[in-house]
Every structure is written in C-alpha cells, then in structure tokens.
Design a protein around this ligand. Structure first.
Ligand SMILES: NC(=O)c1ccc[n+]([C@@H]2O[C@H](COP(=O)([O-])OP(=O)(O)OC[C@H]3O[C@@H](n4cnc5c(N)ncnc54)[C@H](O)[C@@H]3O)[C@@H](O)[C@H]2O)c1
Ligand SMILES: O=P(O)(O)OC[C@H](O)CO
Length: 345
C-alpha cells in the first residue's frame, strides 16, 4: 500500500483517487476549497465535479496541503495547468523525503511555452523529486468513476518510474501502457484540447460528421507536425495520447473543451462560455501557446490558427471555417512529400 496525495479534487483528481483507492492505496485528496474537503469527508461525495458517485472511506480529503502531502510517497498533480506553479511552490515547503511526482495535466504555458513536466522541473527542487511521470490518454473522469474500461499511458525519462506508476494505477477497468516519449505524450494531450474546441465549434455551427472527421484527421496532422518538430516521436501521435485522446475529446459530450467550443459555435461570447463551465477548459490557454509555438518552430497549423483568431481576435466562427476551407490547394501528405524531397536533394 502506497501513500498517495492527489493535489486537486476536481473531476480528474477525484476519479483518479477512486482508481487508487480501488487498488488499495492510502489516498489523500487535497482541495484548496475547505467546503469541498468537508463534503468529501462528511458525505462521501463530490457533488460539483462527480455527482452521484459514492466515495469510499479509503479516500480522505484535506484542506491543508501540509497534512495531505508531507509523508506521501507519490504526489499526483491534478490541478489546472495555470495553477501548477502556485501549488508546487507551496507543496515543496512541506515535503521531507523525495517523492514520485505524477502529473495528469494537459496544457502548455503561454509565453514560456513550457510543457507541464518542464514547469514541474522548474518548481520542484531536484532533491525532492525522485521521478517525474506523466499519466495521459483518452480518459474522461465521468467514465473512469463508473469503472468503464479506460486505457492510458505512463511516460517518464526513467522507464522504471513509468512502470512503477503503471503498477500503481493499473486494474481491471483502468489499463496502463508505458511510452518513454514524454514530449510526444505531453504534446498530444495538450494539443488535442485545441482541436476539440474547434470540433465543438463546427458542431455548434450545425455542421456534421464530415467536418468532425476532417478536424480530427487534419488536426492530428498539425499535432504531429508541431510535436515532432519539438522532439516527439511521430509514432506517439498514432497512439493513445495522440489519436486516442483526440477522438475521445472531439466526440464526447463529457469534454469540457468540446462543450465550450459548441457554445462558441452557437454564438456565445468566450468569457460568458468560460464563466458558465465552472470547470477548466485547458484548450483556450493552450491555443495561445500553440499559436506561439507554430511561429517559433515555423510549422503550419491552420486549424489551431483559425481557432486562435476566433478566441483572441473575435473572428466569427463561420468566417474562420470559410477561410480554412478557402485556402489554396495542397497535397494531403505534404509533410511526407517534403521529407522525400529533402532526401532526394
Ligand atoms: N476531467 C477529465 O476527465 C480529465 C482527464 C484527463 C486529464 N484531465 C486534466 O486534469 C487537469 C485537471 O482537470 P479537471 O478536469 O480535474 O479540472 P476541474 O475543473 O474539474 O477541477 C480542477 C480542480 O482544481 C482546483 N483549482 C483550481 N484552481 C486552483 C488553484 N489555483 N489552486 C488549487 N486548486 C485549484 C479546482 O477547485 C478544482 O478542484 C487538467 O489539466 C485536465 O486537462 C482532466
Ligand atoms: O473534458 P476535457 O475536454 O478537458 O478532456 C478531458 C480529458 O483530457 C479527455 O481525455
């Protein structure tokens, strides 16, 4: 039995607490809101994020970070990516021994353009972080909490750490693979949220399955193009954290990113949409980072760019779709053609 502290008692932190409790671990779930920690302890439920799911006694909630984290062997970071620096800055003051840090967040920081593992490396002193592992893949909290079959990937620069986390989380309902390509795993997980916002928009505009399939397929091409330019393994994008997560997020009503995009497509304003969600929509911040990364790495990302114009320059969603469809002719396998031509010259 391992002592695991989960930082963030939102949808995903709570669903992963259930997985770890099912596996017999001692789970401490930290919430920055006292009322939520009290509700979990007193009523064994998290009514805002996972209503109707009973939480076992093996999950104890804490409002004080020190109590939750000080003697944990594993820290699971499950707060929105924009809160990571603040939360880690606090938690590192309370750790006595080195811990395995598992992050389950899907985002990229605008301006610094850091992936979450890079932010954690900056925020956690080397002597306190035994290993750093990413757990990512097609996994909506609403289904994991119902113990519906789910598959994810554990990724770390240290293969033993990836296997340690695989063992920690894996059970009959929650199957965990390993993949050493941490860049590809993080880039796939973060960028699929950008494409899911776009998929929500086309659904909100009333377009159908053809548009959705186009977004998933051409969106994957953009993700793979940028992710590979940043050092990810191209094969990772055809795996769970690439096409797998893209499918689940673009096609599910559980997806916050798809739902937010859907409201935008129906004509609501961005701020109004974000206020109404009450949960994190990571794709908005990541869309800004993707725009900056595409410029930095000089890769073409027309869908991500169109979304950026809608989110940050008030472009009407219909105009964005029209301009995407009106671009000049190109070869579907443009990247492959470029690679072949470079080889021949
Ligand atoms: N929900 C899912 O199904 C799912 C699945 C895989 C990955 N993720 C990723 O997990 C991360 C968390 O997502 P979520 O869905 O649990 O979000 P959520 O909105 O459901 O919950 C976020 C939690 O973090 C807390 N929080 C917000 N700001 C904070 C701050 N400044 N300090 C401390 N706590 C703060 C909130 O109160 C809430 O408890 C995201 O990066 C998301 O992409 C979510
Ligand atoms: O609800 P979303 O859009 O944040 O997606 C949640 C998970 O990342 C799906 O794998």
């Amino acid at each position: 039995m391992k002592k695991a502290a989960i930082l963030g008692a939102g949808s995903w932190g709570t669903a992963l607490a259930l997985v770890l409790a099912d596996n017999g671990h001692d789970v401490r779930l930290w919430s920055h809101r006292k009322s939520l920690a009290d509700e979990i302890n007193e009523r064994r439920q998290n009514s805002k994020y996972l209503p109707d799911i009973g939480l076992p006694d093996g999950i104890r909630a804490f409002h004080q970070l020190k109590e939750a984290a000080e003697d944990a062997a594993v820290l699971v970071v499950a707060v929105p990516s924009k809160a990571i620096r603040e939360v880690m800055g606090e938690v590192r003051k309370h750790l006595k021994e080195p811990v395995t840090v598992v992050h389950v967040c899907k985002g990229i920081e605008p301006d610094s353009l850091k992936r979450v593992s890079e932010i954690l490396t900056e925020e956690m002193p080397e002597e306190l972080m035994k290993d750093l592992v990413v757990l990512s893949g097609p996994s909506h909290a609403e289904e994991v909490s119902l113990r519906h079959p789910t598959t994810v990937t554990s990724s770390s620069l240290n293969p033993e750490a990836a296997e340690y986390v695989q063992e920690l989380f894996m059970n009959q309902h929650f199957r965990v693979y390993t993949n050493p390509d941490i860049i590809g795993v993080e880039m796939g997980g973060a960028l699929k949220n950008v494409i899911a916002l776009a998929a929500g928009i086309t659904d909100g505009l009333g377009y159908g399955d053809n548009a959705k399939a186009a977004l998933i397929t051409r969106g994957l091409a953009e993700i793979a193009r940028l992710g590979s330019a940043m050092g990810g393994n191209p094969l990772t994008f055809s795996g769970l954290t690439g096409i797998g997560d893209l499918i689940v997020t673009c096609t599910s009503v559980h997806s916050r990113n798809w739902r937010a995009g859907n409201l935008l497509g129906k004509g609501h304003e961005l701020q109004e949409v974000l206020d109404s969600m009450g949960m994190v929509v990571e794709g908005v911040r990541t869309a800004k980072a993707a725009h900056q990364l595409a410029e930095k790495y000089e890769v073409k990302m027309p869908i991500a760019e169109a979304l950026y114009q809608v989110l940050f320059h008030n472009q009407h969603p219909k105009t964005a779709v029209d301009s995407l469809m009106g671009r000049g002719r190109t070869h579907e396998m443009e990247d492959l053609v470029n690679i072949m031509e470079n080889r021949l010259t």
